[in-house]
Write a protein that binds this ligand. Structure first.
Ligand SMILES: [Fe+2]
Length: 265
């Protein structure tokens, strides 16, 4: 499997604290069947986020340590870029990194909001030849309220990545339910770990993968765990199925009142 969302780089964001933690995470990745990881430290504008060049140096040091420890894990560089109308500027200035330097850029939003500029940011990025990948939309409250928010973003050219631990309910019932809705409506293109440490938010994803296998068929499983990630690493185009619009089923109480209303006519 390929993980395109990981905070394995030591000491650069709220992920791994030091080299020792990063090495433990790398071991867990291998034990959990993941052989390629894109390190995606947070980039949040007007904060003290590290730059692409700084992250590169840390990545090289981590790679040397993995070699020394004989841990067979391939590492690549990216960023998890917090949504901003200035993303294109940061990309041009090389402050932030796309995934392995390709056209694919991992973008995150706040958990409680989808900014009004989001549609425009996606449009602008696509126009300039980038493909935004929206990180963990199932955790976003607005998407939980209305999964079809993603429908229009995907139709505009964006892709999405859900967090595997969401399938175990680790981010709550709503995130789990939303992840299932997105998976069954062609609105998920990648799964990732979003691992932050060797402890609580770790790369241990065997259970999540078992749950994922019960939700999607084998072809889709291979696409979202491996094939699409491989296409990202190689900067290839990813053919995607058209998303399906989610239609909320009326509640049983709602159906009862509808029946009463119909009978009274
Ligand atoms: Fe993340």
């Amino acid at each position: 499997m390929i993980d395109l969302h990981s905070h394995i780089l030591p000491g650069v964001d709220d992920g791994s604290k030091d080299m020792e933690e990063s090495i433990s995470m790398a071991r867990q990745y291998v034990e959990n069947g993941i052989d390629k990881v894109i390190a995606t430290p947070h980039f949040i504008e007007e904060s003290d986020s590290t730059t692409k060049d700084e992250n590169k140096l840390v990545l090289e040091e981590l790679k040397r340590n993995l070699e020394k420890e004989k841990i067979d894990l391939e590492l690549y560089l990216g960023n998890e870029i917090f949504i901003s109308p200035d993303i294109l500027k940061y990309l041009r200035e090389e402050k932030v990194s796309t995934l392995n330097g390709t056209r694919y850029a991992l973008i995150e939003t706040a958990m409680f909001d989808i900014p009004t500029s989001m549609e425009n940011v996606i449009y602008e990025l696509c126009l300039k030849g980038y493909t935004p990948i929206i990180a963990h939309p199932e955790r976003n409250i607005k998407v939980q309220e209305n999964p079809n928010i993603l429908y229009k973003f995907i139709m505009s050219g964006a892709l999405t990545q859900i967090n595997l631990p969401s399938l175990e309910g680790r981010y709550g019932e709503k995130a789990l339910e939303t992840a299932k809705i997105l998976l069954s409506h062609n609105m998920v293109h990648f799964v990732g770990t979003d691992a932050h440490s060797p402890r609580t938010r770790s790369p241990k994803i065997k259970r999540s993968l078992d749950i994922l296998r019960q939700i999607v068929d084998e072809d889709e499983f291979r696409r979202i765990t491996k094939l699409n990630g491989k296409a990202v690493l190689e900067n290839r185009n990813i053919p995607v199925d058209e998303p399906l619009k989610y239609e909320e089923k009326s509640s049983s109480l709602g159906r009862f009142f509808l029946q009463v209303f119909k009978n009274s006519k």
